[in-house]
Design a protein around this ligand. Structure first.
Ligand SMILES: C[S@@+](CC[C@H](N)C(=O)[O-])C[C@H]1O[C@@H](n2cnc3c(N)ncnc32)[C@H](O)[C@@H]1O
Length: 302
């Protein structure tokens, strides 16, 4: 049984739209439309217990999850939402012990989520160019207790010649023009390492896909994740009126070796054979890209 004590994180839950995430501080209390809630009343109670306000309303004392931290994050930028976070983790196979590269820390939503998975043995190396956002992210990451597993760098990987990290298991990119950093990201990823780019528009997906093919990535996939909340009540269950509209598309791929580099170092005879193969590979890839682009256009029409 986990009991709440001084400094314990607690989600004071009234309903889905009225909930407060705080660390317990003996002398603190807060005023809400359902009455005053005193932190000291929560001390010694088991997580899950309820507490009565001075207006005779109940709030539940829940143990915060990553979902709660992310939904309560301070926004400096757009963030990646739980509906996308889960798929990113599953598709890229993110797990304890991995080394993650992130370009575009933003508010630190994605950073905190992946840090919570790769800990305690793994680490997130995250890069941003904006001090203001980096400070907000630092605060958000600290709030969810994950600072130990994250290193923040102020470095522009679009222009820098530095390769600050190598042999990364996964690379996550969330900036306006992700295709520019693809050659650099390739150098920082291990073979077969996964890449995920957050692309709010289809134009970005197209440009990115071309860059991925050009830079020898395979298993390329673009997706959109839509979540619909259901209000389930006896006799009148229906879709909720509320919900998040369009947020972003996701583009996934894995680093491969198409054999292009090898062709340059082989003997003349071999080079000829190889060159043929490369041309073939290029044609196939091109065909695939065209099909993908067509599919995308079709989707837009619908
Ligand atoms: C949309 S936000 C990222 C949000 C983040 N994924 C989250 O979940 O909170 C994009 C971030 O990319 C950063 N950025 C823009 N250009 C950059 C660059 N060249 N290198 C690194 N970060 C960059 C911006 O400063 C901004 O913080």
């Amino acid at each position: 049984m986990t009991k709440i004590k001084q400094n314990s994180p607690v989600l004071f839950f009234y309903n889905n739209s009225k909930k407060w995430l705080m660390n317990i501080s003996k002398k603190e209390s807060f005023h809400t439309h359902i009455g005053v809630i005193k932190h000291s009343d929560a001390i010694g109670k088991e997580y899950g217990s309820r507490l009565m306000t001075n207006k005779d309303k109940y709030v539940y004392l829940l143990e915060p999850t990553m979902y709660d931290y992310i939904m309560k994050i301070q926004h400096g930028t757009q963030i990646v939402y739980p509906k996308d976070l889960g798929y990113i983790a599953a598709r890229a196979g993110i797990k304890d012990g991995q080394k993650i590269l992130e370009i575009g820390t933003g508010s630190g939503s994605l950073t905190s989520f992946v840090a919570s998975i790769v800990k305690p043995r793994g680490h997130v190396y995250t890069f941003d160019v904006d001090d203001k956002f980096m400070k907000i992210a630092e605060k958000n990451i600290r709030r969810s207790g994950l600072s130990k597993y994250v290193t923040q760098h102020n470095l522009d990987l679009k222009t820098s010649k530095e390769i600050p990290v190598t042999e990364m298991d996964v690379a996550l990119i969330d900036l306006g023009d992700p295709w520019i950093v693809i050659p650099k990201v390739r150098q920082m990823l291990k073979g077969s390492g996964a890449i995920f780019a957050i692309c709010p528009t289809m134009n970005q997906l197209e440009k990115l896909t071309m860059a991925l093919v050009e830079n020898e990535f395979t298993d390329i996939e673009s997706t959109e994740h839509i979540i619909r909340t259901i209000e389930a009540r006896e006799g009148k269950t229906r879709h909720s009126f509320q919900g998040i509209g369009h947020t972003t598309y996701l583009c996934f791929a894995r680093k491969a070796f198409f054999g292009k580099t090898k062709a340059k170092t082989t003997t003349k005879a071999k080079t000829t054979t190889k060159a043929k193969t490369t041309t073939k590979a290029k044609t196939t890839t091109k065909a695939k890209t065209t099909t993908k682009a067509k599919t995308t256009r079709k989707k837009t029409k619908n």
